[in-house]
Design a protein around this ligand. Structure first.
Ligand code: FO1
Length: 310
């Protein structure tokens, strides 16, 4: 089965690793959000590409939930001592990745090409496709004004109450042709358990991606379990947007995009509230085995719902 996996940062990257253990590179492409990207200290930072890269290389920093394992912080601590901007913590090894990506981009490589070279250097066989090689910047609208994503997420620790989001540049950005080509002849699409608003929506806003997706069986895994996001501000955002922080509300939010929805056993009682096929299983990916088991369940479920959508 050929699959397109749509993912953002940390939560989605866990399932991504599970899928990479079950499907070979010729049957699995990752489409990853780049709305979190920004230029910081002159470096092009792509946080969700970083999270997916480190996850697939099994080098992710499990304690932090982002960044690289076995990190040291001499650069950022020295920068801080010199009065530099240290709110966005760049580990010493992580800094090398951002430097290498920036160098490649300055040399004329696309983000897709730079990502492929870095993936190769890290021994990753699967292809990571940035959602676009054009710049798209997620803007967080809050009661106190607009914030660049990393200012909201890291500098202000997701504290401001959100009123909405916009994706600067999305109207002029082109969906990565790698994704368009893959989608044309893949069998199913899996939306990994990422934040619907700031990890998945930026992609769905690109070009005719929604239309392309409507021709394929799309299943999503709930990023909300027991009213909480496994990681990140999704539940808080939902409360601030007056959307119940529940698995059923996420299914409802995605609406007719989905042919099926996977939710955690904790929320089994919500399954009957959800229109369309559901699969109740363990979605807490606290081990590699759990990541692989959920990946296998998703593939099985995708096969089950993969009737051609008229
Ligand atoms: N997240 C934090 O909460 N604090 C940080 O200092 C931080 C630094 C950082 C550096 C590189 C990188 O790729 C990601 C980093 N993140 C940090 C995570 C990042 O803000 C989020 O992973 C995404 O933007 C949301 O998924």
């Amino acid at each position: 089965m050929r699959v397109l996996a749509i993912t953002g940062g940390v939560g989605g990257a866990k399932l991504a690793l599970g899928l990479s253990k079950v499907l070979p590179p010729e049957d699995l492409l990752f489409a990853v959000n780049t709305g979190d990207d920004f230029t910081h200290m002159g470096l092009h930072i792509s946080p969700d590409i970083d999270s997916l890269t480190y996850a697939l290389a099994e080098q992710n920093n499990a304690e932090l939930g982002w960044g690289r394992a076995g990190e040291t912080w001499h650069f950022i601590e020295t920068l801080d001592a010199l009065g530099g901007e240290a709110w966005f913590r760049l580990g010493d090894k992580d800094l090398a990745l951002h430097t290498r990506r920036t160098e490649l981009l300055r040399g004329g490589a696309t983000l897709t090409e730079a990502t492929a070279l870095i993936s190769q250097a890290m021994g990753i066989r699967h292809t990571i496709a940035p959602m676009s090689d054009d710049g798209v910047a997620t803007i967080v609208h809050t009661a106190d004004g607009d914030l660049a994503f990393q200012h909201y997420f890291v500098r202000d620790r997701c504290e401001p109450a959100v009123t909405g989001f916009s994706f600067q540049g999305v109207e002029d950005a082109t969906l990565n042709p790698l994704i368009t080509r893959w989608l044309a002849d893949c069998d199913a699409v899996i939306v990994c358990p990422s934040n619907p608003f700031v990890s998945v929506d930026p992609m769905l806003a690109l070009g005719d991606f929604r239309t392309q997706l409507s021709r394929k069986p799309v299943i999503a895994v709930s990023p909300i379990v027991g009213g909480l996001a496994i990681k990140g501000p999704a539940a808080k955002m939902m409360a601030e947007l007056n959307v119940p922080a529940s698995a059923a509300a996420v299914a409802d939010y995605y609406g007719e995009l989905l042919a099926g929805f996977v939710l955690d056993a904790t929320d089994a009682d919500q399954a009957e509230q959800i229109a369309g096929p559901t699969r109740v299983t363990n979605t807490i990916m606290d081990s590699l085995d759990a990541r692989v088991a959920l990946a296998e369940t998703c593939l099985e479920f995708a096969t089950q719902v993969a009737n051609p959508r008229t």
